[in-house]
Design a binder for this molecule. Sequence first.
Ligand SMILES: NC(=O)c1ccc[n+]([C@@H]2O[C@H](COP(=O)([O-])OP(=O)(O)OC[C@H]3O[C@@H](n4cnc5c(N)ncnc54)[C@H](O)[C@@H]3O)[C@@H](O)[C@H]2O)c1
Length: 271
Amino acid sequence: MKKVLITGGASGLGLALAKYYAAQNWSVCIADIQDEVGKKIAEQLSQEHNTDCFFEHLDVTDESQWASLQNTVASRWQGLDALINNAGVASSGDIDAIELKDFKWTMDINVMGVVNGCHYFTPLLKKSQGNLINVASMAGLLHMSGMSAYNTSKAAVVALSETLYSELAPYDVKVSVLCPAFFKTNLTDTMRSTNASGTIVASKLMAKSAVSADDIAKKVYDDSSRGRFMILTHKTEKNFWLLKRFMPGLYFRIIKNTAKKFNAKMSGKPA
Ligand SMILES: NC(=O)c1ccc[n+]([C@@H]2O[C@H](COP(=O)([O-])OP(=O)(O)OC[C@H]3O[C@@H](n4cnc5c(N)ncnc54)[C@H](O)[C@@H]3O)[C@@H](O)[C@H]2O)c1
């Protein structure tokens, strides 16, 4: 039976991934800061699928908790086939308005949380020739205005993943990075914004997304098992990324005009 560790597995995409992997007969460790709900999900999955699913409290920013989780996984499972660094938070606000403590909070969880996971679990993945899957975002490839902290954090996750793609190739560890656009989860519940409109816009975009967390979980499973590096789940945003790569002049004109229109709309003045 294969084994996967999923950070942030108590909600949203992490929960969808936990359910999908358990349904494929994998044992799942859900590591999250939400103890009560995380334990309940792990128990349910164990019973439903007769697999060894368990919950461990983990704040991804805490190195000592990562070290202890590494010991737990190594002794309970004697190995690990996949690590999904999924836990993340969102923030928004213009650079001169965002609280720097919120910028650091975003970087700590979204970047150092992933770095910690890669650092502590790469040794087990080298032994199993397993899969390392980092959850970034389209925000790691396309950087819209008013989102500097989130964009910077997710671009760092893309850079880290690309580095490890080649660094771990000699050990046959397959590295993937997931870059979805908006989909419905609980991400805006904890989002830190300098104004309410940032959270409202994000919530609306998430609510009207045609792509669900379950769709993404299935694609992550399929694409990573084929060893695909970049996992892209949203067609329109994928095309926009291709525009950035192949027609950057047009792309930059569009994002500049979009930012001007957005600011004008928010301030009630003409663009
Ligand atoms: N929902 C979207 O539109 C969207 C789009 C692109 C990327 N993502 C990314 O998907 C990932 C999952 O987010 P989601 O949308 O499912 O949101 P979510 O809020 O539903 O789930 C995030 C989970 O991470 C956990 N978490 C937060 N801080 C943590 C910490 N310090 N240590 C451990 N766990 C922590 C939360 O408790 C929660 O269970 C994130 O990395 C997010 O940036 C989401």
